[in-house]
Structures are given as C-alpha cells and as structure tokens.
Design a protein around this ligand. Structure first.
Ligand SMILES: Cc1ncc(C[n+]2csc(CCOP(=O)(O)OP(=O)(O)O)c2C)c(N)n1
Ligand SMILES: [Mg+2]
Length: 654
C-alpha cells in the first residue's frame, strides 16, 4: 500500500504541473517515497485540528516541490485542499500557489521557495519546541520538526548558519531529510559542488547518515535512528529526480517543467498507476486518511492531558500572545517617568530600558543578538541564556549569523508561544534581508533591533554606516520601520511593535546619546500615527521641518534659530513612515501643512517622496560616510541645523 500511497503523490504532482503547464514535478516524484514513509509511519498531525500546538512540524524547504506538500495535504483530507485546489495549481485565487505560502492553506507551516529559508526557519521552530518544553513539560510539548531540503538549500549560505547553530544547541528533535538527487537547474550538482554533506553535518555535531531514498524499510530505519539520537539528525536520501518517468527521470529536465503528455502516459505505465488524472482510488485515499485518524487520536490524548495539567492556563496564555493591556499600563507609567527625568541616552540604551519593563511584564519575549549583545543592548537583567543544557532561559546567543537569526526568529514566531526580537547593526540588515522579507510576507510578529543607525556611529566608518538601508527597508511591504527620536519614542515604538500581530517591525536605534524631547507625558502613543507635530510654529507656518531619529534634535535646533530670525517653523517627528501612510488624508495634510518642507535624515532621500512636497528640500546623505568622530561627520556631510536653516530660508525666499 505504501507504494500506491507514494505513487498518488507522483501522479497528482505530474498531472497538476501538466495542467498548469508550469511547476516542478521532479522533486515531488523523487521524494514521494521518503515523504510517504515519514507521514505514514511517523508524523503526528491532526488535519481536523491544524493548529494543534503539539503537532509535528513539517517544512518543505525545497519549496519549488510544492506539489509534494499539496498532494500530501489533499490526501490527508485537509478540508481546504480539495481536488479543485490540485486542479487549479498555480492559478489566480487558488490556495496552491507556485510555492507554499504560509496562511494560504492549512498545513503550510511556513512560506518556502527562497532556498535555504525553510531549514533555517525550521531551526527556530525546533528551538521553540525545546524552549516551550522546558516551560511546560513533556505532557504538553513533545514534537518533532521534519524538514525536506534539496541540493539548493544546502548550497545556500544560510543553511550553514542554521546547521551550525542547531548543532551547537543540540536540537535533537530536528530531523532534516536531504533529497540527494545530484541534480539542480543547471544540470549535475557536480558542476558547482562536491561537498561531503554527511561530513559537513557531522562536523557541526549532527547525527548524520545516508540511505537509499527509494528503500522504504531503510528510510524508516533511518528516521527511527534519527529520533533515537540526542543530536539533530541529517538523513541523506539518495533519490532519482522525477522517479518513475522512464525517459526523463534522473535529469534536470524534470526539475521545473511539465513532463508532457507522452511521458506522463509512459510514467503511468511504469509505476502502475492506471487511474485518470486527479483521481485517487478509495483504498489509497484511505491509507492516507488513516494517518490523519492516528493524528486525531494523538490530539485527543493530548487534549486530555491538557485538561489535567497545572500548566494549562499558562500554556494557553503564552499561545494567545502578549497581554497588551498589561503592557500598556506598565509602559505608560515608564514613559511618564522618562518625560519627568528626561534622560540623555542613545536610543539603543533607551531600547534596553524599555525592554527591562517589557520583559518584566511579558513572559513570552525571546531576545537575542548576532554577537553584538553589548552593542545592541538586547539583553535585560532577568534574561538567562538558552543553551543545549538548559532551554528555560529567554536569551539567545545567535552568533555571527544575521540571516540565520532572522530565519530562526521567523520559526520561533511561526511555532507559537514566543515573541522573538533580535539585534545586529542596521547596516547588516542586508545580511538577513531574505528572512526579513519573509517575516513581512508571512505577516509574523518579529522585531528587529537594529542599532548604530547612521553616520552617528562615528569611527567604525562607512562599512558600518547605513546610508541606503532605511530606504531599502521602507521598500518592503508590511514591514514597519521605526526610527525613534528619543527615549519616549523608543518606548512607544516597542509597544507598537509588540502590538502588531501581523506585521514585523524594525527599530532603528542610535549609537550616540540623544536628549529626551518629549518632556510632557501623554498616555496616547504619539508615534502610533507615524508622524506628528512635535513643535508647532507660533502662528501660521512659514516652513515645516520633518525629521526622524537623531536628526529630530537638529530640526528642533534649526527651528529655534529660524524663530530668532522671525521665521515660524513647525517640527514634525516622523518615526514610522508606514504608519503615517496609513493615516487618513486629512490627518496627513494637517501634519505636513501647506508651507514649504525640509526633510532631515542622515540617509539618502529615497523613501522621503511622500513626505516632501513640490516646494521642499532634503538634508541628508548622498554618498557613503567616513571614519571619524560622529560630530565631525555631521559637519563634514552637512547634516546640521545650519544646513536646515539655509535650506528653509532659501525655500521661503524662492
Ligand atoms: C534563493 C534561491 N535562489 C534560486 C532559486 C531558484 N531555484 C529554484 S529551484 C533551484 C534549483 C534547486 O536545486 P535542488 O534543490 O537540487 O532541487 P531539484 O532540482 O533537485 O528539485 C533554483 C536555483 C530559488 N528558488 N531560491
Ligand atoms: Mg537536486
């Protein structure tokens, strides 16, 4: 029966790709045996309860093989994956997108397609499992994370970050199966790689074995051994891409194109599948549905344990997400004290101060940094490190692995029960952009703490000074980019970021100290509208100065100078362009006003268009920075109150 169950995957995959005239049949056909054994003999999921917290996670890192996942989910009986979805593979409005998209259908644990992201995200899921287990015990939390990777995933650099990180943490419930078919798009993988993958994983402290990916008994034995080993496991499954297609199997031709009607007919004969396209015999379907029934029984047993568990309430609360009312109360009190004390601190320091309050209030935040803990100031006093020996802590040393960190945070967020935040320098956002983009595409609450946000970092020089990074992050849809001006705005940004369940956030924070500008407390979060008037002009405005972050202080200085010359300037602080864009037109018009505008930000002008009008100027950067003390750099690059003053007077007199 397992043979027929695997052939059902092969047939659905080749027929759906043929109908769509687009897609990737080779990978699902090659990995059908491995996937069938994994699901039939091991996987613990309940399709009637797809969000069951203690389910095994299955991640198809080789996302181009999406028909493998769709076929399986159809066969298992997920109620949103009927045959109509398979027939409409890759069509507008279908849940069966070209690559698996998180949120489009049940049983898709994460978005994959950008190679390497799946395995790195799965590491975060496996980490979340261990951390949740340390808090709530085996009765409530005891599941595996299974991953299928291809040659491409293992060639991508992010895979190395993930493998190294998972090995060091000893994530023993992570099991990665490699579709070792020695083929990628350009042909044989020998064109571009000769790595001994078994040795590579073993070197990173993984249990690492090879198996014939078409020998079901051997596959099952390998998975058993993997489950028994305390280390994360790697199973190299030797497969034939496009297995079953007599003329095309084993070649790159099956990777990403329909097999064609003739080859499909021959494949039907070769594998003994006489059934018409998009039909699965009842006994084969029943075989798959038995897997679902087994999962449902496991889910019920778990629910019974949950009933009697002393952890039940805390477990549910962790999954429900942060208590935002409690957070607001604590943060409002904290902001009030900030406005009263008016500390002069870097916003990275202000972020740590806010985190002290947040981490004392919310039990589910998980902090970390890519080896810049003391610079990003992401660790707070109550946080203990997570290690292979003890997962009860809440601080993660991600090592110098920005991309792996971002993907692991996606995994933590996707798994549920945790709100991850992690730090590095803003300029290194480029090193993790692929995963940041997926946080945004999937709509997950992941918070990026990106410090050293401009030439204001000084002596480390242009390699470390972001210039184009803010604009590049603002270009990503569904990502809120905050650049707070002082400690109060930093606290507001944190509260807003934590409250955004379906939007990731970036906090761009200064290395250099900044004065507290918001010295009178209000309960409402001024930053929630993205931009607001920090200092109104006395009388009708002659000019509006708009700034973010460390440059708001410069705009305020300039406004005072302008006032001394009889020019009435308003100052708008604009900590989050995305939130401002979402405000009603009337609010935006009121904030921006009719007077000429000067924008100030120690970065390139791109992304400022919507805030500036026809009569406007921009004071910022149009080159890389330089290595020198910060104040000298501001003067050298002309990001000064005097430059703003000059631009404003020129506009007014034009
Ligand atoms: C980051 C990234 N780069 C490139 C691609 C385009 N791409 C999709 S599949 C693939 C080849 C992958 O080879 P392999 O993982 O061996 O898959 P197989 O051909 O065996 O199915 C490439 C280059 C991608 N999806 N993601
Ligand atoms: Mg391959």
């Amino acid at each position: 029966m397992e043979n027929h169950m695997a052939n059902a995957i092969r047939a659905l995959s080749m027929d759906a790709v043929q109908a769509a005239n687009s897609g990737h049949p080779g990978m699902p056909m090659g990995m059908a045996d491995v996937a069938t054994v994994l699901f039939n003999r091991f996987i613990k999921i309940d399709p009637s309860n797809p969000d069951w917290p203690d389910r095994d996670r299955f991640v198809l890192s080789a996302g181009h093989g999406s028909m493998l996942l769709y076929s399986i989910n159809h066969l298992l009986g997920y109620d949103d994956m009927g045959m109509d979805q398979i027939r409409n593979f890759r069509q507008m409005g279908a849940r069966t997108a070209g690559h698996p998209e998180y949120g489009h259908a049940k049983g898709i644990e994460t978005t994959t397609g950008p190679l390497g992201q799946g395995i790195a995200t799965a590491v975060g899921m496996a980490l979340a499992e261990r951390m949740q287990n340390a808090r709530f015990g085996d009765d409530l939390v005891d599941h595996h994370t299974y991953v299928i990777v291809g040659d491409g995933c293992l060639m991508e650099g992010i895979s190395h970050e993930a493998i190294d990180f998972a090995g060091n943490l000893g994530l023993g419930k992570l099991i990665v199966m490699w579709d070792d078919n020695a083929i990628s798009i350009d042909g044989a993988t020998s064109l571009s790689t000769g790595t001994d993958q078994i040795a590579r994983f073993a070197a990173s402290n993984w249990h690492s074995i090879a198996v014939d990916g078409h020998d079901k008994g051997a596959i099952a034995a390998a998975i058993e051994a993997a489950k028994a080993d305390p280390r994360p496991s790697f199973i190299a499954c030797k497969t034939i891409i496009g297995f079953g297609a007599p003329n095309k199997q084993g070649t790159a031709a099956t990777h990403g194109a329909p097999l064609g009607a003739d080859e499909i007919a021959l494949t039907r004969e070769a594998i003994g599948w006489p059934h018409a396209p998009f039909t699965v015999p009842a006994d084969v379907k029943a075989g798959w549905e038995a897997i679902a029934a087994r999962g449902q029984a496991a889910q019920r047993a778990w629910a019974a344990r949950m009933q009697g568990s002393s952890h039940a309430q805390a477990f549910r609360a962790a999954l429900a997400g942060p208590d935002l009312a409690a957070l607001h109360t604590a943060m409002a009190k904290y902001r009030q004290s900030l406005s009263a004390d008016a500390p002069k601190v870097a916003t990275r320091k202000a972020s740590q101060m806010a985190l002290e309050v947040i981490n004392a209030t919310l039990p589910t935040t998980v902090g970390g940094s890519a080896d810049l803990t003391g610079s990003n100031l992401t660790k707070t006093s109550s946080m203990a490190p997570v290690s292979a020996d003890d997962f009860s802590g809440s601080y993660i040393y991600y090592g110098v692995r920005e991309h792996g960190m971002a993907a692991a945070m996606n995994g933590l967020a996707l798994h549920g029960g945790f709100v991850p935040y992690g730090g590095t320098f803003l300029v290194f956002a480029d090193y993790m952009r692929g995963a940041m983009r997926l946080s945004a595409l999937m709509g997950k609450r992941v918070i990026y703490v990106l410090t050293h946000d401009s030439i204001g970092l000084g002596e480390d020089g242009p390699t470390h000074q972001p210039v184009e990074t803010l604009a590049s992050l603002r270009a990503i849809p569904n990502l809120n980019v905050y650049r707070p001006a002082d400690a109060v705005e930093t606290a507001e940004a944190w509260e807003l970021a934590l409250g955004d369940e379906t939007t990731p956030s970036v906090l761009c924070l200064s290395r250099q100290s900044l004065p507290t500008l918001r010295t009178s407390h209000v309960d409402a979060l001024q930053s929630s509208k993205g931009a607001y008037v920090l200092r109104e002009a006395t009388g009708p405005r002659d000019v509006t100065l708009i700034a973010t972050g460390s440059e708001v202080e410069i705009a305020l200085d300039s406004a005072r100078q302008l006032a001394a010359s009889g020019i009435k300037a308003a100052v708008v602080s604009a900590p989050c362009f995305e939130r401002f864009k979402a405000q009603p037109a009337a609010y935006r018009a009121q904030i921006l006003g009719d007077a000429p505008r000067v924008g100030v930000e120690a970065a390139i002008e791109q992304s400022w268009g919507p805030l500036l009008g026809d009569s406007s100027a921009f004071i910022g950067m149009d080159s890389f920075g330089a290595s020198a003390p910060a104040d000298q750099l501001y003067t050298h690059f002309g990001v000064t109150a005097q430059a703003v003053f000059d631009a404003a007077t020129k506009l007014i007199n034009a």
